[in-house]
Design a protein around this ligand. Structure first.
Ligand SMILES: Cc1cc2nc3c(=O)[nH]c(=O)nc-3n(C[C@H](O)[C@H](O)[C@H](O)COP(=O)(O)O)c2cc1C
Ligand SMILES: Nc1ncnc2c1ncn2[C@@H]1O[C@H](COP(=O)(O)OP(=O)(O)OP(=O)(O)O)[C@@H](O)[C@H]1O
Length: 277
């Protein structure tokens, strides 16, 4: 997968002639709803011999325009890159959602996209919206703009993916469940356990485990408590651990294990569930 900065796309003329199936979104958490959209884009592209492009943002536009309260991210850039690559996305375009960018109308935004590739199809969800508020477009207006800007290109809008309770899976719902400590519900919406990237070295090795400062995490953390988790080391080794979280510290304890300080290089922590204490 090749990664581009939206503002520098003009420097890649090879894309102009590339037939492309495009999907746009924040994709924070990459939950089952996102997977459906992206899998459909990949399938359409493979069936027709096109390439796939996911267009995303360095900051959440809904948070930037204050349509949503600020929250830390669910996925790091490294995690998202790994997942987009595994899904088969060929081109990942990242938009710096600056104040200038936030003034673009939906039509101007789509015209940009059509100018840097040969747009064949677009896949977005039912609640997709883009463009500055006064002129924002959902799927209906998007299709109208497309018929003018890229004649022959079509829009697909797969139906919402819902949870077992019938709720629409969304990054907002994942954040809400995570903040409630409902890690099993989070896992079923993500289709994988919630995973925190760990710095290779903790802030302290103690006889009671590895200590990390909560302030060092860029990802959203669950509430204080004890959790069952799996720690993955950079050499691929996995270890079942207990994770104790309070406001300021996270302690990772692998029972019966004495950590070899010279060898332990942490990679990530997959959190399975909150322990009942
Ligand atoms: C050029 C541009 C593209 C945008 N793309 C997205 C997007 O892909 N996903 C998203 O959640 N918001 C996106 N936004 C932000 C929404 O369009 C924004 O929340 C909008 O104000 C919603 O309009 P509404 O008032 O009709 O809900 C984008 C904004 C702009 C200016
Ligand atoms: N449950 C879902 N089913 C199908 N498509 C979805 C679902 N959730 C999001 N999408 C689509 O995925 C794309 C990316 O959406 P976005 O990242 O804004 O997701 P979101 O989960 O709805 O975020 P938020 O909760 O912050 O509004 C959009 O086209 C959106 O319509």
């Amino acid at each position: 997968m090749i990664r581009y900065d939206f503002m520098h796309l003009a420097a890649h003329p090879v894309l102009w002639q590339t037939p492309m199936c495009v999907s746009i979104g924040v994709f924070d958490g990459l939950h089952v709803g996102h997977m459906q959209i992206l899998n459909r884009a990949v399938t359409l592209a493979r069936e027709n011999g096109w390439s796939t492009m996911a267009i995303t943002f360095n900051k959440n536009p809904k948070m930037a325009v204050k349509a949503q309260p600020y929250h830390s991210r669910l996925t790091t850039e490294a995690q998202s890159t790994e997942i987009f690559t595994k899904l088969g996305i060929d081109h990942l375009v990242v938009i710096d959602f600056s104040s200038d960018f936030s003034k673009l109308t939906a039509e101007e935004f789509l015209a940009f996209i059509c100018s840097f590739c040969t747009l064949k199809a677009m896949v977005v969800g039912e609640d997709f919206r883009c463009g500055a508020p006064v002129s924002s477009a959902g799927p209906v207006q998007l299709q109208e703009h497309l018929s003018r800007l890229a004649p022959g290109a079509f829009l697909e809008v797969p139906p919402f993916v819902r949870t077992a309770n019938g709720e629409i899976a969304s990054s907002t719902l994942v954040r809400q469940k995570l903040l409630e400590g409902a890690l099993e519900e989070v896992q079923s919406m993500l289709g994988r356990p919630y995973s925190l990237d760990l710095a290779p070295y903790p802030s302290k090795f103690t006889e009671h485990g590895l200590l990390y400062r909560t302030g060092s995490f860029i990802q959203l953390l669950p509430p204080a408590g004890k959790y069952e988790a799996t720690m993955v080391l950079s050499d691929g080794q996995q270890c079942k651990v207990s994770m104790y979280l309070n406001e300021s510290e996270m302690r990772i304890v692998c029972s019966g294990k004495v950590w070899d300080h010279s060898k332990v290089r942490a990679k990530c922590l997959s959190i399975a569930k909150r322990s009942v204490t």
